[in-house]
Design a protein around this ligand. Structure first.
Ligand code: MEV
Length: 311
């Protein structure tokens, strides 16, 4: 018995961190993916030739727990998504593994079920998370998350006091450049850092709400294709994220360089290093500037393709 799957990474255009507290956010699936090949095994479960272990394969281990099976598997993954760079590699590995296991065991492949399970896996491993990365990786296209249910509603995810309504979002074709700072960071501790600030400070709560307002404006301006205004809102969103303490000097350097040729630029994903994103008509120039400043540039395209599986 064999199955294969792949799932895309993502970039968050607006609203990271604030989305954990129920504010809206917008993200886009990108044309870089994690591929998974799984077959059943006799003795033990292995990942890329090594016995599965909690330290290195925490997401995959939780995916197997979710499937609720005694079977052993030979799991092989491949990726052209940089990890620790804000592009949702842990969500993509989770969605791809869950999809592949469900395909292999002939379980239903409904997007909503996979997105919900993937969120729970991420939440368990990271200790805190919103469903943005996992829902984007499952559905592809672009996703808008909000407390309120709106047009193009896909599914609803609940955790503790938070409710996230997940929507399909049409956005115009835009040119984006990612700059990986090379300073790799894990999402969990950054989300925790913001949580501590949020819990003890009204100022932090206001910043989170202000980010929410920016996302609402940006969603409208993207529909109007007013890229100048979208860029200004990206810059504002970045300033607020810096105040929350999730930027990094290397990211600031890349963002300053990218802004010379961009409508706007901001960190994307959890931050603390990781990556920045620029909205531009001059992708090559931005990429050169990022490279000159010691970052790794990726000119990216959005993708409509979410999780795909086959036997
Ligand atoms: C990470 O890509 C996005 C965060 O908002 C965390 C989350 O939503 O799970 C920082």
């Amino acid at each position: 018995m064999k199955a294969k799957s792949s799932a895309p990474g993502k970039v968050i255009l607006f609203g990271e961190h604030a989305v954990v507290y129920g504010e809206p956010a917008l993200s886009l699936a990108v044309d870089r993916r994690i591929t998974c090949n799984i077959s059943t095994a006799n003795l033990e479960t292995s990942v890329n030739g090594y016995p599965i272990n909690k330290e290195h394969h925490s997401y995959i281990l939780e995916c197997i727990n979710k499937i609720d099976t005694d079977k052993k598997f030979k799991i092989e993954t491949e990726s052209n998504l940089p990890s620790g760079a804000g592009m949702g590699s842990s969500a993509a590995v989770t969605v791809s593994t869950l999809g592949c296991l469900r395909e292999l065991l002939s379980k239903d492949l409904e997007e909503e079920k996979i997105a919900k399970d993937a969120f729970e896996v991420e939440f368990k491993v990271q200790g805190s998370a919103s469903p943005i990365d996992t829902s984007t990786s499952t559905h592809g296209n672009a996703i808008m998350i909000s407390k309120e249910k709106k047009e193009d509603f896909l599914w609803k995810i609940k955790k503790d006091e938070n409710i996230w309504n997940i929507h399909h979002q049409d956005i115009p074709d835009i040119d984006l450049v990612i700059g990986d700072s090379g300073v790799h960071s894990s999402t969990g501790p950054l989300v925790e850092k913001v949580r501590k600030f949020y819990e003890k400070s009204n100022f932090a709560k206001e910043i989170i709400q202000d980010i929410g307002d920016i996302v609402r404006k940006a969603t409208d301006q993207l529909k109007n294709q007013d890229l100048e205004e979208v860029g200004r809102l990206m810059d504002k969103n970045h300033r607020l994220l810096s105040i929350l303490g999730v930027s990094h000097p290397k990211l600031e350097k890349l963002i300053r360089g990218a802004r010379k040729y961009s409508y706007g630029a901001k960190l994307t994903g959890a931050g603390g290093g990781g990556a920045m994103i620029a909205l531009t008509d001059e992708a090559e120039k931005v990429a050169e500037e990022i490279d000159r400043r010691g970052g790794t540039p990726y000119i990216i395209k959005s993708t409509k393709k979410g999780l795909v599986t086959s036997t």
